[in-house]
Design a protein around this ligand. Structure first.
Ligand SMILES: NC(=O)c1ccc[n+]([C@@H]2O[C@H](COP(=O)([O-])OP(=O)(O)OC[C@H]3O[C@@H](n4cnc5c(N)ncnc54)[C@H](OP(=O)(O)O)[C@@H]3O)[C@@H](O)[C@H]2O)c1
Length: 274
């Protein structure tokens, strides 16, 4: 049986769909499973992964795990080893590979280390920015037809969460992915201004991009995220300004399918912007 953590999230939800379609036995664990709808034969466990009793129950009888980073669940790999888990596919972050050390990279590296130390087989997925981060613009697009953000011309290569899920599923159900680190990007380099243009084209609506100062954006973001994470995000954006992202072929190499473009992601998620 395969345990999918983060199953109500952008990547986990897609992994459950793919594994279910292929007939695998799945268990999910979530603090609030009602956030997503799962097929009837998926075993759903309500619980918080920071609770060791929940980790133990969630891992009982499990051979493989798709793991997301949950602060406060540092004993997870150790408990997984004791439960007989054979392979962990961990959703890490390409922030580890940034030119300058940062909190996001550090936190993901720490989880990678804990997994290595457990002596369970592992595969690490290190994606860059998710296309789904554009959902943060949805309320303002719906109500005012405007996006207010800093770094309008920074060039990143955002990835469709379905492509991360496709790589994760390959690593979970086929062999040869043990001990591999997959750094993942989408298929094109895009600025936020270009992403907003694409959203407008798909919706058939005029959307304006208004560049705001970094200081204003930082104050806003600090209401939702810890200050070291906010600092890391801005540091990564500044770095990308000087060193634009490059497109990597990893998704296609692992899955045999070309990575999906941003336009496809917008089509898949158009209702969120209407
Ligand atoms: N967004 C990016 O650009 C990006 C880039 C690189 C790497 N990543 C990595 O990808 C991860 C997922 O990012 P996302 O933005 O797409 O978020 P998400 O997966 O959509 O949401 C987070 C998921 O974590 C689960 N979760 C959080 N705390 C939990 C807990 N204590 N117990 C059980 N489940 C818990 C949530 O489940 P419930 O709420 O249902 O419990 C939810 O399914 C990030 O945390 C990061 O490690 C993200």
């Amino acid at each position: 049986m395969i345990l999918v953590t983060g199953a109500t999230g952008n990547v986990g939800r897609e992994i459950v769909k793919e594994l279910h379609r292929a007939g695998h036995q799945i268990r999910v664990v979530s603090r609030n499973p009602a956030k997503a709808s799962f097929p009837p034969d998926v075993e759903v466990m309500a619980g918080d992964l920071t609770d060791p009793a929940i980790m133990k129950a969630a891992l009982d009888g499990i051979q493989k795990v798709f793991l997301i980073r949950v602060p406060g669940s540092e004993t997870f790999p150790q408990i997984a080893k004791q439960s007989g888990v054979e392979h962990i596919v961990f959703l890490s972050s390409s922030a580890i590979e940034a030119r300058t050390e940062n909190a996001i990279g550090r936190m993901h590296l720490q989880t990678e280390e804990l997994i290595r130390q457990s002596n369970i087989q592992w595969t690490f997925l290190r994606p860059g920015a998710f296309m789904s981060n554009a959902l943060q613009w949805a309320p303002a697009i719906r109500s005012e037809g405007v996006v207010r953000a800093p770094f309008g011309d920074v060039r990143t290569a955002p990835i469709h969460p379905r492509d991360i899920a496709a790589v994760a599923v390959k690593a979970l159900v086929s062999s040869g992915h043990e001990g591999k680190i997959y750094t993942l990007t989408g298929p094109e380099v895009l600025t936020p201004v270009e992403q907003v243009q694409t959203i407008g084209e798909v919706l058939g609506k005029q959307i304006t991009f208004e560049e705001i100062p970094e200081t204003v954006a930082r104050e806003h973001m600090k209401r939702f995220a810890p200050v070291d994470i906010v600092d890391a995000i801005f540091q990564l954006m500044r770095e990308a300004t000087n060193h634009p992202a490059t497109v990597l072929p990893t998704v296609e190499e692992v899955t045999g399918q070309a990575a999906r473009g941003f336009k496809q992601w917008v089509i898949d998620n158009a209702d969120a912007f209407r």
